[in-house]
Design a protein around this ligand. Structure first.
Ligand code: ZN
Ligand code: ZN
Length: 171
């Protein structure tokens, strides 16, 4: 499966590169492009955050064999939660991922290396959902559920053997 990484202008190029270079099989880097749409209609004034489901609707549906992931700098929420790292319709082929909570304000001194690891793990997580994977019990699998950034550090961008077996083969 080829990956099209869309990103808003507020995502630093180094993060886009690191997300792209961290793709593990069967995910293949396809293309990385600037997202030209506007997220304004997804902004929730009362929460001062962006509605993840509404942002997800802005992500174009991919052609067969491709997955589309939109990387944004703004903070995302779903109504039941304080925030989400990202959102994907299961097996829908497209997802959205935010950098905002991967580096919380209290972790400003966090090394770029840690941040880029978190980014690669969560890119794999959302793309895994987009390709049809559900959450996984294996602790270091990217499909393991993470509720806070520190728990992302325990995961690895490479899919575990059972998740890998469920993913379509790269063509
Ligand atoms: Zn998930
Ligand atoms: Zn797994």
């Amino acid at each position: 499966m080829k990956v099209r990484l869309l990103h808003t202008a507020d995502v630093p190029p180094s993060h886009v590169r690191s997300a792209f270079s961290g793709l593990a099989p069967p995910l293949l880097p396809g293309e990385s492009i600037l997202f030209r749409g506007s997220l304004a209609s997804s902004y929730d004034r009362s929460r001062a955050q962006y509605d993840a489901a509404s942002v997800l609707e802005l992500v174009p549906a991919p052609e067969p064999g491709w997955l589309n992931l939109l990387l944004v700098g703004v903070d995302l929420f779903v109504p039941a939660l304080t925030y989400v790292f990202g959102l994907t319709h299961l097996a829908g082929g497209r997802g959205v991922l935010s950098l905002a909570r991967l580096r919380p304000p209290e972790e400003n001194a966090l090394s770029e290396e840690v941040l880029s690891h978190r980014l690669r793990v969560e890119v794999a997580h959302e793309l895994g959902h987009a390709a049809g994977l559900v959450h996984c019990v294996v602790n270091d699998c990217p499909m393991h559920r993470s509720l806070w950034p520190e728990s992302v550090d325990l995961k690895n961008p490479d899919f575990c053997a059972s998740c890998l077996a469920l993913l379509p083969r790269a063509k």
